[in-house]
Design a protein around this ligand. Structure first.
Ligand SMILES: [Zn+2]
Length: 157
């Protein structure tokens, strides 16, 4: 048995008897775990690059990303927090020092902001549907179909 621990799910991999693993850097990862980690990291890289441009320091961002994931933050949440900071609050990347250290102090506020915004959207959508139904009920009642009276002039009986 050659046991190593997957750094993502922290379960053991027996390198002699399991084959769904790959070495990345100096660690052994389940392929699935690596995929999940790597796609999340890409998501954050892309967004960080979008806001930081040439200032982005991807080694730094990787270290910070790893720390956040350990803390239980999700890649999607980190991306939202970046949107919150740079897009909604319109902050400048000058003080970011190439990284995403700001996430530490805004993650909770940002996720709350988006949750509330989504709740508001849902509420508005519900009200819209209600209004629509009410409107249709009032103004689009199917008209009673008028049946033309038989023309007496051509009434042969
Ligand atoms: Zn794993």
């Amino acid at each position: 048995m050659t046991l190593v621990k997957c750094p993502y799910c922290e379960e053991n991999i027996d390198r002699n008897f399991e084959f769904n693993w790959t070495k990345h850097g100096n660690r052994y990862w389940h392929d699935k775990c690596w995929e999940s980690y790597d796609s999340g990291r890409k998501l954050v890289y892309d967004r960080a690059g979008q806001y930081l441009g040439n200032l982005a320091d991807y080694n730094k961002i990787t270290k910070q990303f790893n720390r956040y994931i350990k803390k239980g933050y999700s890649p999607e949440g980190i991306v939202q927090a970046l949107d919150y900071w740079y897009n909604i609050q319109d902050n400048s990347p000058d003080k970011a020092l190439g990284g995403i250290g700001i996430i530490d102090s805004i993650y909770i506020d940002a996720t709350r902001y988006f949750k509330e915004r989504q709740a508001l959207k849902d509420k508005q959508a519900k009200e819209q549907i209600h209004f629509q139904k009410e409107y249709e009920r009032r103004y689009y009642q199917p008209r009673a179909v008028k049946i033309p009276k038989a023309n007496k002039r051509f009434h042969f009986e």
